[in-house]
Design a protein around this ligand. Structure first.
Ligand code: GTR
Length: 387
């Protein structure tokens, strides 16, 4: 009886407190009008998965290509691969390979992939694919172990492939020498995010021929600017079976029209090289952009999509990332797939029962072991990994 009374008192108290702890009330779509991803420019409405895939999806992809990131070219002629090394690591638990991806026939341009695989796997394994910030060797450093917990990923039955962002396209605003954009430009004006996304697809080209990997179960993953990149890679390359956006923020998962944290003005001033030049006209004019970032997330439909934020990462606007994940649900619904719920979840409580998942981890802008645990769980469920 006493317990029942306590429970009742506690739930009444939480009802009283609800307005204070629910900061989203003032930020919901009714307050900030969001462009409807299902509405075509000519006013007609998309009502079926077939209409989405057959007509609308291409329009939305083209809009982001033209107005934000630039076009991502297809696989280049002459692409080829060479295994550089293979060794057993982590006792007997893993295999570590390095592979050179040559981007042209004469092998003048290329980058190196670091691939880890579980040694005891019974068949080809699913794989996470993501770029890194500091170089492949740096991901082996102990200090990087929360960003790249290789042993844990392998123990869950997954492989993981990474490559250094700068070896594909240096992250510099002042004209990058040696990046793919300096020698290969079939699509015209493409930004670094498109160049990195293109690199991720080239890793997948290689993985398709790697017998220990099941490339039909490749999940593209990225943190921050590389989270923006992962979303854009999944949008362009439907071979990716799933995608993780970790703290991707402005021009990644976060709704731009909220203008919370980083804005178009801020991002395009500091990082102009990430974008196509057509994007410049939207500086300070988020409302003029023909869509918003839930449209980008919708391009992953109906594949499993995980959007994650960190509570102290206000620059990336966690609530805007959540809102975007929620709104992308309209497209997933066309495929009969459930998205996330209507309530912004408490920290460290994933909303992950649908085909879209979201969490806000307590703490700073980063990928932690806890984040990885959620990704492994979610994608193991959707891509059926039992070991
Ligand atoms: C910040 C940038 C963000 C985010 C981040 C990162 O400086 O403003 O858009 O991408 O860098 O990549 O860590």
């Amino acid at each position: 009886m006493k317990t029942a009374f306590r429970l009742l008192a506690a739930s009444m108290l939480s009802l009283l407190l609800l307005p204070c702890i629910s900061p989203l009330r003032a930020q919901e779509p009714s307050v900030i009008p969001l462009p409807d991803v299902l509405q075509k420019p000519d006013g007609t409405r998309i009502r079926t998965a077939l209409e989405w895939t057959g007509e609308r999806r291409e329009e939305v992809l083209e809009m982001f290509s033209q107005e934000m990131y630039g076009h991502v070219p297809s696989r280049p002629e002459g692409l080829h691969f060479e295994e550089l090394s293979s060794e057993t690591v982590f006792g007997q638990a893993g295999i570590r390979k390095t592979v050179r991806i040559f981007l042209d026939a004469d092998g003048r341009h290329g980058f190196t992939v670091l691939l880890h695989l579980p040694k005891t796997a019974r068949g080809p394994v699913p794989v996470f694919v993501g770029l890194n910030f500091k170089g492949n060797d740096a991901t082996l450093d102990e200090r990087a172990s929360s960003r790249w917990p290789y042993e844990r990923i392998l123990a869950a039955g997954w492989g993981v492939a990474t490559a250094w962002r700068d070896e594909i396209e240096p992250d510099t605003p002042h004209g990058a020498e040696g990046g793919v954009r300096s020698w290969y430009n079939p699509g015209g004006d493409w930004g670094a995010i498109s160049a990195w996304a293109w690199g991720l697809s080239r890793i997948l080209d290689y993985l398709e021929g790697e017998p220990s990997v099941d490339a039909s179960r490749a999940v593209v993953i990225g943190h921050s600017r590389l989270g923006k990149t992962a979303l854009w890679a999944a949008a362009n390359d439907r071979r990716f079976a799933g995608v993780v956006s970790n703290d991707s923020g402005c021009c990644g998962a976060a709704i731009s029209r909220r203008k919370v944290g980083e804005t178009f003005q801020a991002i395009d001033t500091t990082f102009p090289h990430w974008f196509t030049r057509a994007f410049d006209k939207y500086m300070g004019r988020e409302e003029a952009f023909p869509g918003d970032q839930h449209w980008l997330l919708a391009l992953s439909a109906p594949r499993p999509l995980y959007v994650a934020s960190a509570s102290e990462d206000q620059w990336a606007d966690p609530e805007g990332e959540w809102l975007s994940a929620k709104e992308a649900g309209a497209v997933y619904a066309l495929f009969g797939q459930k998205g996330i719920g209507e309530i912004y979840p408490a920290p460290d409580t994933p909303d992950a029962s649908g085909r879209i998942a979201y969490h806000v981890r307590s703490g700073a802008h980063d990928i932690k072991a806890w984040d990885w645990e959620q990704y492994i769980d979610f994608f193991s469920r959707w891509l059926s990994v039992n070991d």
